[in-house]
Write a protein that binds this ligand. Structure first.
Ligand SMILES: [Zn+2]
Length: 298
């Protein structure tokens, strides 16, 4: 049997139960490891760390299995990916304006690179997207594709770069070792440089209300953060002046509908009605329990 891992944020070993394992192997499809897919309400066994408040899977699947899954995952992009990038740009804007350096900006888990043109507009000397999925890179427009580097985030992928900003959106939940990730980012950043991450907040009211029916309860999530555990993660890596803020996600109504826990038949009926009234592509922004954290390397 697997040996339980420590809390991946504070390395504590004392925890309380959070969710039992629910995995239906018949439904584990290639789509499971693409982002923004319909929720499947499957999860690994989850516990809550009594020390830092992180919810995590103490016995996750092996790391090489995850790498292979992400590299081969079907790619799901289009209007939703663009809408997400606009949301992140809006949240990141004030922090980027305060940033002193304009050397490299790196987006980790960049997908088809929808945020990269915005980073270029902010005046960074170089803009780099790191993305493990070949399909995502192939789906990028040619001008953006040349900014994307294929693989998992590591210091060697950015050799020779002076980095002012490392950002990563909705990826920390998927990593075996989020502490290693922020430590690598800290090592790469110049003094005064910033890390910016967006994660789900399991303590947000909407997620607490939906409980185990929340879209954040998902087989691909190795851990789920709360404000306390996210702050702990960044401060342990050496980041200072850590600021947390809730973000409002703007998406077309047809995408919001996909996320709801309604049965498929009901979703089809509602979608047909939205399309009939020309509302399916109307953008609507809502606080759905995601948070941005920004920290500065002293
Ligand atoms: Zn902990």
């Amino acid at each position: 049997m697997n040996i339980e891992r420590d809390c991946p944020v504070c390395h504590g070993r004392s925890h309380v139960p959070f969710a039992d394992e629910r995995i239906d192997l018949e439904r584990v499809s290639t789509l499971t490891y693409a982002s923004r897919k319909p929720p499947e309400f499957m999860c690994l066994r989850l516990v809550r760390c009594s020390t830092c408040d992180l919810v995590y899977a103490p016995t996750p699947p092996p790391e090489d299995f995850l790498h292979a899954s992400y590299a081969g995952a079907d790619f799901d992009s289009g209007p939703e990916a663009l809408a997400a990038a606009r949301t992140y740009a809006t949240a990141l804007g004030p922090h980027v304006r305060e940033l002193a350096g304009r050397n490299a900006a790196v987006d980790v888990g960049a997908g088809s690179g929808p945020l990269l043109p915005w980073l270029q507009d902010q005046g960074f000397a170089s803009v780099i997207g790191i993305e493990p999925s070949t399909a995502a890179i192939q789906a990028a427009p040619p001008a953006v594709r040349s900014l994307l580097r294929e693989g998992m985030f590591s210091a060697s992928m950015l050799q020779g770069e002076i980095t002012s900003l490392v950002c990563s959106f909705m990826t920390l939940e998927h990593l075996h070792d989020p502490g290693e990730f922020v430590g690598t980012a800290h090592g790469l950043l110049e003094s005064g440089g910033a890390i910016a991450v967006v994660v789900h907040n399991w303590r947000a009211p909407l997620n607490r209300m939906l409980g185990l029916r929340s879209p954040i309860i998902d087989v691909e999530h190795m851990q789920l953060f709360s404000p306390k555990s996210l702050r702990e993660l960044l401060e342990r890596a050496g980041f200072e002046r850590v600021v947390l803020s809730p973000i409002r996600n703007a998406y077309p109504l047809r995408y919001w509908l996909r996320l709801t826990p309604l049965p498929d038949r009901a979703k089809k009926l509602v979608l047909a009605a939205l399309e009939r009234f020309g509302l399916a592509d109307r953008c609507f922004s809502m606080n759905v329990g995601n948070m941005l954290a920004v920290g500065i390397k002293p």
